[in-house]
Design a protein around this ligand. Structure first.
Ligand code: ZN
Length: 128
């Protein structure tokens, strides 16, 4: 891949987030943005962590059933949780290792709304 300048990374990343914010997608994986934008996953995760510090989104931890791979537990990053979880779908008793957590992103409601509110304003400006 060619060298991408930091401002380009920001632009590409923000456009992808805006697309998600105005869509029906409620939760998504960092790999989803990486695929959308073709940015390296590490870059995407750094950007998401920056936005988490700004309270624009939350990075939660998700665990998948070892047997059927369905998502059966989502916790806040630093929350204590009981690692023994019986799968609702297949009945397998899982014993989760926190290191196996998959990061999953939830946008803050206010942050999400800030994108949808932008649209009508643009149209009004165009009428002037
Ligand atoms: Zn299962």
């Amino acid at each position: 891949m060619r060298d991408i300048k930091p401002w380009e990374v920001n632009k590409i990343f923000n456009e992808a987030l805006e697309t998600i914010a105005v869509s029906q997608v409620k939760k998504f994986y960092p790999s989803y943005i990486a695929k959308m934008t073709e940015l390296p996953l590490g870059v995407v995760i750094n950007k998401l962590e920056e936005l988490e510090e700004q309270e624009a989104l939350k990075i939660k931890h998700e665990f998948l059933c070892e047997e059927c791979c369905r998502s059966i537990l989502t916790v806040n990053k630093n929350d204590f949780f009981d690692p023994e979880v019986t799968c609702l779908y297949c009945g397998t008793e899982n014993n989760f290792d926190p290191l196996d957590a998959i990061p999953i992103i939830e946008l803050d409601d206010g942050y999400r709304e800030s994108f949808s509110k932008k649209k009508p304003l643009k149209r009004e400006l165009m009428l002037v």
